[in-house]
Write a protein of this length. Structure first.
Ligand SMILES: Nc1ncnc2c1ncn2[C@@H]1O[C@H](COP(=O)(O)OP(=O)(O)OP(=O)(O)O)[C@@H](O)[C@H]1O
Length: 746
């Protein structure tokens, strides 16, 4: 019965071995189909977002309400898709997959991977290329040698007893066949050796790329850094570099050799075997390529989705780790874990989908290839049956056809993987194409530092059209002046300093240092003249010594210690176990706010700039320390033009000029005395006066106009007492009047 079934299904009668062979093939095919079916089932199941549920214990003590969490997760899970759609749209708009765009990436990759600097690396580069050409010649010639051996066998005569006789020539053929086979099979060894020799070429290319990209990112303006996600820039740079090297390598050592193999084989079949064979190959390659394009497209879409999800999940995780303090403040550890879990679930879901799609989509590739072999074999068998060819040509045909299998298969995987890399290069391009918003004009000269006179000429600036900035700012101060900038929060005080430091350029008007428009000189030269102590001094994750010395890398240890003494932090540092070698932690997290500020001040002391910008530089200090530092700063700022932004009026009351900013405009200007006096004369109207009264303990919330004359006079009269309460030095008269020291332009 089994015999009959066998005949029924396969029409074959044969020995047991044959049946086992065919049986195992059928079983394998059946299993393959089953796997395919399972894959389709899994593919539909993986849409379930609960795939990666963590143990419930992780959810205990959860502070966030479930509804809030769900909203978060929904946003998390859906946003990559949304982003992807955006990506796809923009990709279509910009023609990310268009010919021009691909060509651009290809040219970029080839250019970047070429070691243009060093001669010996260039030699290695071309040696590697030469070896590849040699390999192709060997690969092409190996089956020809087989053919010659087979022909030689069939031409061999017979001895008198009927046994075959091998001539000397035949032996040579066999030897050369073995040698070629060795070379062909072990060409991988050759490739590995080439890779070792060529690794300095890749390293050189990678390092020079890294430095170029790093330099580019550092050259970008503040705006880029504020908008960029710091956790994403470096990974994009790194994966972009890897992709550039990979693309160049694939092009030169996978695609080009494969094209050579195919062209040579095609030419061989066409001319040595006849056009029909050539046509079969051409048609099959065409079908293969069309199919491959579809498969690749589909694969890339899945991969894009996967990579967008993965980078979003990891950047959120990085963000939460960097902001560990905020997480702790709100006991949101579990919330963060859940958020990350949702991200990972999306990530593994997409990874699984990509893997399954890969396996499923590989099947048609194999089928097309088998179809090609079948048609070719049938053609060859027909010609043998017709007596047009001898039986040995069948073997030759099969061997030559097999030669085509590898390169065509290479096209299959190389194109899909290279497209994935194009995607990484595209992200790299987005960074490389970012232009600094603040640029030096061509051939800009450096700022020539003379005195440090500063002038704002009707300066206006907006961060964006819908965001108010500052407008009509005009004033002029001579060298050595101290300018206090006060005003409500968000009024534009820091913006003024940022414009002076050229973190942005004004949208109207000019800023002049010593009569030179700072937008017409190099940014570096401007910044070299200016020392800044920002609101929140951030430190590098190094030692205290390194962080202070960062202001002037050539400074000696003694100079660094002197600067620390001037900033009143030396004694503090000496109480630390490792003194100046104490590590400050990430962004200086291991130090107090006041310590960080004093390190910031020490840096400026060490830098010795001609202009100093203090943006709430002493806000984190207690009054006594602030007073000490003010004294130290007055030594540092002597003969240096200094801008002091402060909410605590005691910090600026000695200034030669106080600018009171409101809604981005200067609403009042003068010395402390002048501003108070003017307000009193105006019936208590004045922003500065209002702030002063609030800070001096007169809790004036009502409108100044409601304050009577007597009251104003009493405020002015009591000023010295109040000052001395806040700071013993404050009751002293300011050094000069505004008229004496500043020429204020209305
Ligand atoms: N990089 C930026 N992009 C967009 N808007 C910004 C940016 N930096 C500041 N702003 C906005 O510009 C306005 C002025 O900010 P600025 O920092 O100059 O205020 P400030 O007077 O120094 O405030 P504070 O006293 O609180 O430090 C604010 O409304 C702020 O939101």
């Amino acid at each position: 019965m089994i015999e009959n079934l066998w005949k029924f299904f396969f029409g074959i009668t044969g020995d047991v071995l044959q049946r086992v062979l065919i049986g195992s093939l059928v079983l394998r095919f059946g299993l393959l189909c089953l796997m395919g079916l399972l894959s389709v089932v899994i593919l539909s199941e993986i849409l379930d977002p609960t795939l990666l549920h963590l143990p419930a214990s992780l959810l205990k003590d959860h502070m966030a309400s479930p509804s809030k969490m769900n909203v978060e997760f929904a946003a998390m899970d859906s946003s990559p898709d949304t982003k992807d759609d955006g990506d796809k749209d923009s990709a279509e708009k910009t023609g990310m997959h268009g010919f021009k765009s691909i060509l651009r990436k290809v040219v970029f990759s080839l250019r970047m991977s070429y070691p243009s600097g060093k001669r010996w690396l260039k030699v290695l580069y071309f040696v590697k290329f030469g070896i590849m050409i040699l390999e192709r010649a060997i690969v092409f010639y190996a089956p020809m040698q087989t053919e010659r051996v087979i022909r030689a066998f069939s031409q061999t005569g017979q001895a008198t007893d009927g046994s075959p006789v091998l001539s000397k020539f035949d032996m040579a053929s066999i030897v050369s066949y073995v040698v070629y086979d060795y070379l062909k099979r072990y060409s991988n060894v050759l490739t590995a050796l080439t890779a070792v020799v060529a690794s300095p070429v890749d390293d050189y290319a990678r390092n020079s790329m890294t430095l170029r990209f790093f330099e580019h990112v550092h050259g970008l303006s503040m705006e880029y850094h504020l908008n960029a996600k710091s956790g994403e820039t470096m990974p994009v740079l790194r994966s972009g570099e890897d992709s550039v090297i990979y693309i160049a390598d694939m092009l030169l050592y996978q695609i080009l050799p494969s094209i050579l193999d195919v062209v040579l084989s095609l030419a061989y079949f066409w001319f040595a075997w006849g056009w029909k064979y050539g046509l079969v190959i051409v048609v099959n390659i065409a079908i293969y390529m069309v199919m491959n394009k579809y498969i690749t497209r589909r694969r890339i879409d899945t991969w894009n989705d996967f990579s967008a999800n993965s980078s979003k999940a990891s950047s959120r995780a990085t963000d939460s780790l960097q902001n560990f303090e905020t997480v702790k403040h709100f006991t949101n550890e579990v919330f963060e874990v859940d958020r990350y879990r949702a991200g990972l679930a999306g990530y593994s879901k997409r990874s699984l989908r990509a893997t399954i799609e890969d396996s499923l989509l590989m099947m048609p590739r194999g089928l097309i290839w088998s179809w090609n072999l079948f048609i070719g074999c049938a053609l060859c068998a027909t010609e043998i049956a017709q007596g047009k060819r001898d039986a040995s040509s069948f073997m030759t045909f099969v061997l030559h056809s097999k030669q085509l299998e590898d390169p065509i298969d290479t096209f299959g995987w190389v194109f899909s993987s290279i497209e994935r890399e194009f995607n990484c290069v595209e992200k790299l391009f987005n960074i490389l194409e970012a232009e600094p918003t603040v640029k030096d004009i061509p051939n800009a000269p450096p700022l020539v530092s003379k005195n440090g006179d500063i002038e704002f000429e009707d300066v206006g600036f907006q961060y964006s059209p819908d965001k108010k900035g500052i407008s009509n700012i005009s004033f002029k101060v001579p060298q050595g002046s101290t300018v206090g900038i006060v005003g409500p929060t968000g009024s534009g005080k820091s913006t003024l300093l940022k414009l002076m430091f050229r973190l942005w350029d004004p949208t109207s008007g000019r800023i002049l240092i010593d009569g030179q428009d700072i937008s017409k000189v190099t940014q570096t030269s401007v910044r070299q003249q200016i020392g800044v102590v920002p609101q929140d001094t951030t430190l590098l994750d190094e030692s205290i010594l390194y962080n202070i010395g960062y202001a002037r890398p050539s400074a000696t240890r003694a100079e660094i210690e002197d600067a620390a003494k001037a900033a009143h932090i030396h004694d503090n540092i000496m109480t630390f176990e490792n003194g100046y070698d104490t590590s400050v932690g990430e962004r200086g997290a291991k130090l107090s706010g006041g310590e960080r500020q004093r390190i910031g001040i020490a840096r400026v002391v060490l830098k010795r700039p001609s202009i100093i910008l203090l943006d709430e530089a002493t806000s984190a200090l207690d009054s006594a320390t602030e007073s000490d530092i003010q004294k130290a700063l007055s030594a540092v700022t002597e003969n240096r033009t200094t801008f002091v932004v402060a909410h605590r009026l005691s910090t600026v009351m000695h200034a030669d000029l106080i600018l009171c900013i409101k809604d981005g405009r200067i609403v009042e200007r003068g010395t402390h005395e002048e501003l108070i006096q003017t307000a009193v004369e105006n019936g208590g109207k004045g922003e500065y006066y209002k702030m002063w009264r609030i800070q001096s303990g007169e809790n004036v919330i009502s409108s100044p106009s409601s304050v009577g004359d007597d009251e104003h006079n009493s405020v002015l009269a009591m000023t010295p007492d109040v000052l001395s309460k806040v700071d013993p030095d404050m009751s002293t008269t300011p050094k000069k009047s505004a008229e004496e020291t500043t020429k204020v332009e209305e």
